[in-house]
Design a protein around this ligand. Structure first.
Ligand code: GCV
Length: 721
């Protein structure tokens, strides 16, 4: 016995250490199943949910059973029994609509008639709670939703949740390289351990799938859009297949990025011309080979003729030629092609903000049915704030996918607390006016504006090997929020913040209210201390961390911050009205008119669309110069307020997470000051005016800020080679 104890003790200790440190570190994400605190609620849940009727068989049903054993087991602090007969007394029934007993089917028939696709119904009826759906994956989504309901301590009485995803493709984009670096990744290394696959299945893969499925994400593009053709070789396809197997029960398909020149790099061909019969055959064979190994493979994501990536234009062909060639290979298997519209060229001297629209809109209606064009939320590049991309609504015959960024490339990496669903909401709720008032971007994305057959939303992942997955504990909320909005682009950021806080930390309103406030203000805060009043792309070169408004020596003009702010002694801002680049003409008339008129242009986009004198009067009555300084200061002030709020939150979160957020807010505060001082000192060289009295005196000189260098900033893999 003693010997056994001696042997077991270190193992037990290790296990406990691992479990505790993971729990403390936020590994569980929002699937943090805590025992239900309120004794009445606990009793109420126990009465209804401890017998679970589940008699269907599939990998997905097994995953549901496992999730319920863990989730209900922990929240109800009891063991769940799974049975196959519906008992007289209380139970939770999980069955597809076709397998419900006729009595129940009859009672629920109105709701059942409206369940489509991956949707589900949760209903409390008599002494049972029912989760039903057309497909197994719908049952899985319903199960997670019920678990989330319980995590929030909400009542079961009269429960009725009927929810159907509004988009078809809800997909993460990993910018993960095969060497496990992550382009614009700030949460450690890639979670894909390519060198160990397919033999070694890291437990994280399943937890990743659980987290995604719990918010309805149904696909993942495993590799960087700056793609390596190697991932299409047999050895890697086998590794991809191993991941696909882990994800399959959770309704998650795998996709890969396809390097356009792959037929030459790994196929030995002399060309990658999309009209060349040999090249077309190569792609058909390659796709057949992939489907042989991964029968439910999702398809390809392609970055072509963008930032040096190869593409059809290398052969004088168009995006349509390239995308349709791959789509043709995919079609017999039901696969899709997501073709990115993030293009701008060093040979095109027009405003960068106009180039994607100019290249793609004339191609509307020419893509095959299984092609989606994937468009970033704004026309430049994931800036802290951008007006919605003018392509949304401008291609009525082509499905357009939204591409949001969860990783915080231009947003303080995973050091700054920024709740991105606020940004997503602002974009999705923007009105394109393409079919009159109410033509929201959300309606373009869900396909209802022009009756699209397929729709989708992509999110550039912020996930890495850090214990808490996302680096900043609050960056998990961006992953959660992306998933929720991909499922339903009309959800409010406020609801999402509320849910995420409750699932992740506690239901105590003394915590929820103030911390939710920090989250909801955080986007405006970061905009204020980085790029207020419509400024954009003034980050330092390459790593995009910290301010670099002075940078003007890069080889391509549109890579330089000076190209975007155009500060001079007369004023500041990019004139995109008809007197300037006329980018506003790419929007519907109503929108263009609003942006063109400096009096109606929302001040948040003022310097995006207008070059204005330093003494221009803002709505507040302040001059533009003073208003700019006041905004920068307000951003700093709000980080200070967030610090104060967080300082009294220790009782509600675990020690480790409390400390992590406290320290990160400290850095964010210092860096908000850095942004304010560096930008205002630099712009002062043009405005030649004193700082407004509301603004604190800069802590250092402009020379000091200009001298700062960050050669090893994370996220830019080429520098490490
Ligand atoms: C993956 C920006 C980023 C690049 C990124 C690119 C893209 O330019 O800085 O790192 O490349 O966008 O979205 O393709």
């Amino acid at each position: 016995m003693f010997i056994l104890c001696k042997r077991l003790f270190p193992a037990l200790f290790l296990f406990l250490w691992f479990t505790v440190s993971h729990a403390q570190g936020g590994y569980e994400l929002w699937l943090n199943y805590r025992k239900t605190e309120n004794p009445e609620t606990l009793e109420h849940y126990r009465t209804h949910l401890l017998s679970v009727v589940m008699d269907e068989n599939s990998e997905t049903v097994d995953a549901i059973r496992e999730e319920l054993s863990t989730g209900l087991g922990l929240m109800l602090d009891s063991t769940v029994s799974f049975i196959s007969e519906i008992p007289e007394k209380n139970s939770l029934v999980i069955r597809k609509t076709e397998n419900l007993p006729s009595g129940l089917r009859n009672t629920l028939k109105k709701d059942i008639a409206t369940i489509e696709n991956d949707g589900f119904l949760i209903r409390a009826s008599g002494n049972t709670v029912i989760i039903t759906a057309r497909k197994d994956v719908g049952l899985l989504y319903g199960t997670f939703r019920l678990l989330h309901h319980l995590q929030q301590g909400l009542p079961l009485r009269n429960l009725r949740i009927l929810d159907i995803p509004k988009t078809d493709i809800r997909v993460l984009n990993h910018w993960d390289n095969l060497d496990r670096t992550v382009e614009r990744g700030y949460a450690g290394a890639s979670i894909w351990k390519w060198h160990r696959l397919p033999g070694y299945i890291d437990p994280r893969y399943k937890d990743y799938a659980r987290a995604n499925a719990s918010v309805g994400i149904n696909g993942t593009v495993l590799t960087n859009v700056n793609a390596s053709a190697l991932v299409l070789t047999p050895a890697y396809i086998e590794k991809v297949a191993a991941l696909a197997e882990v994800f399959r029960p959770y309704g998650i398909k795998v996709y890969l990025t396809a390097r356009f020149s792959a037929p030459m790099e790994i196929g030995g061909l002399q060309t990658a011309d999309p009209l060349d019969p040999g090249v077309r055959q190569w792609w058909r064979d390659k796709v057949d080979e992939i489907y042989k190994t991964i029968p439910d493979f999702g398809g390809f994501l392609v970055k072509a003729n963008s930032e040096g990536q190869p593409g059809p234009q290398n052969y004088g062909r168009s995006h349509v030629d390239g995308a349709n060639m791959m789509a043709e290979a995919m079609a017999p298997h039901g696969g899709i092609v997501m073709w990115r519209a993030f293009v701008y060229s060093e040979h095109d001297t027009t405003d960068r903000a106009k180039q994607a629209y100019n290249e793609f809109v004339p191609l509307d209606g020419k893509f095959m049915e299984n092609v989606l064009v994937q468009v970033k939320n704004g026309a430049i590049d994931f800036q802290p704030r951008e007006p919605f991309h003018p392509m949304f609504g401008a291609m009525p015959h082509t499905p357009l996918m939204m591409e949001f960024q969860m990783t915080q490339e231009y947003l303080g990496f995973s050091t700054h607390l920024v709740f991105l669903p606020k940004l997503y909401e602002e974009v999705l709720q923007s009105d394109t006016y393409r079919h009159g008032k109410g033509s929201l971007v959300a309606r373009v994305v869900d396909g209802t504006l022009d009756n699209k057959k397929i729709s989708g939303m992509a999110g550039v992942a912020n996930i890495g090997s850090d214990i808490n997955w996302t680096g900043h504990p609050f960056a998990q909320a961006n992953w959660y929020g992306f998933g929720r909005l991909a499922w339903d682009p009309y959800l409010s950021a406020s609801q999402i913040a509320d849910e995420w806080l409750r699932l992740t930390f506690t239901n105590d309103n003394n915590f929820i209210k103030p911390v939710k406030n920090i989250m909801l203000e955080s986007h405006e805060t970061v905009v204020d201390y980085m790029t207020p009043l419509g400024l954009h792309h003034i980050m330092d070169t390459g790593h995009h961390y910290g301010p670099g408004p002075w940078v003007g020596n890069l080889s391509r003009p549109e890579w330089n911050p000076v190209y975007y702010h155009k500060a001079d002694t007369a004023g500041i801002g990019f004139d995109r009205t008809p007197s300037g680049s006329n980018a506003t003409a790419q929007y519907a008339g109503e929108v263009a008119a609003t942006f063109n008129n400096v009096k109606t242009c929302p001040e948040k986009f003022l310097l995006w669309f207008h070059h204005l004198p330093w003494d221009y009067k803002l709505q507040s009555g302040n001059t533009l110069w003073d208003g700019l300084g006041i905004r920068y200061q307000e951003g700093v002030n709000r980080v200070r307020e967030a610090q104060k709020t967080w300082a009294v939150m220790e009782p509600y979160v675990n020690k480790q997470q409390f400390e992590e957020v406290r320290m990160l807010l400290g850095i964010q505060h210092e860096e908000a000051q850095w942004w304010r001082d560096a930008c205002m000192l630099y712009f002062q060289t043009f405005s030649k005016q004193p700082f407004p009295e509301e603004m604190e005196t800069p802590l250092h000189s402009l020379e000091y800020y200009r001298s700062l260098k960050f050669p090893y900033a994370p996220g830019i893999s080429p520098q490490w080679h």
